[in-house]
Design a protein around this ligand. Sequence first.
Ligand code: DP6
Length: 361
Amino acid sequence: MDYSNPKLIIETADLEAGTVTWKSPSNLAIVKYWGKFGDQLPKNPSISLTLENAFTETTLEYRPKETAGPGISLEFFFEEEPNPAFAQRIGAFLERLIPVFPFLPQLDLTIHSQNSFPHSAGIASSASSMSALALGLCSLEDNLFQTLNDDQEFDRKASFVARLGSGSASRSIFPYMAFWGQHSGVAGSSDQFAIPLENEIAPIFKTLHDDILILSKKEKAVASTKGHDLMNQHPFAESRYNQARQNIHFLLNALKSGDLEAFGRIAENEALSLHGLMMSSNPGFFLLDPNTLTAIERVRNFREESKLPVYFSLDAGPNLHILYPESVIPEVRLFLESELMPLCEDQVWIADWAGEGPEQV
Ligand code: DP6
């Protein structure tokens, strides 16, 4: 797939300045993407839950370039402040995107971006921020050239562009659940972009809650790009990719049939496998907090005793995600507040749930 399009060049002198704004959510992988090759392509397919409350809102202002030149002209503000580190990362990303959006060097760009969640929450901010930016760029293309008026084509291109920024961001484009990675059992699936799973899941999965326990606010010790790299020399790499493929197969069946228990079993197996892979890489690293282990034990005991469908997942950090359907909110919240909240740093946890996907503001 090649989105390079040299025709997307502004030819009129009377281009008007404009603004586009998108809110785009983070997502939690149930089957994890861990290991990549080539230009941000995944070693195995992944399936994610799109969140609602954890989002990035990004505004892209554009106007004809004042001083003509070949490069990207960008001012970048994060949470209202100029942010040189982010500006450099986003600038380099936009440079790489010039073959896809050749009109970018013809514009002066100002980007304002803010997150709905604290940095320390360990929520994947690259997923929400890169997807919000990708959606903004696709809207910008559509404003200038009216090339993306088909919704499906728009989402696919946004997912493709988001993936180039951060693999997991490709999945944030779609409501409820998304699938990323080529898989013979899923029609239309691709390594290049994610696709929606909304029509492949039983209604109960659209009611999933994901409460995030902030067990430690410490910065994570390893960036995910480094973690992906370590998979290249990992002694368990091939077994891991087979395990992920198997979990994909079982999870797709569970999602279709509404089998919450199988869903939970796979979510937990994937979370622990991800951390197992990190611990057994070379160098190995350990991102869990002692309280993560205590919280996991309490969730499993509570499930055993109450027989309620409550499960956990983890991202590449210590904070525990508690997954359960809407129908058991009262019981789970009581348990969470009495047994899990005391384990959280400053007693902080964040309520989130399956979301409807990005929104143009
Ligand atoms: C553990 O998408 O952050 O959250 O493509 O290098 O930006 P890059 O990596 P990233 O990796 C996400 C890893 C994960 C699992 C997942 O979201 O699938």
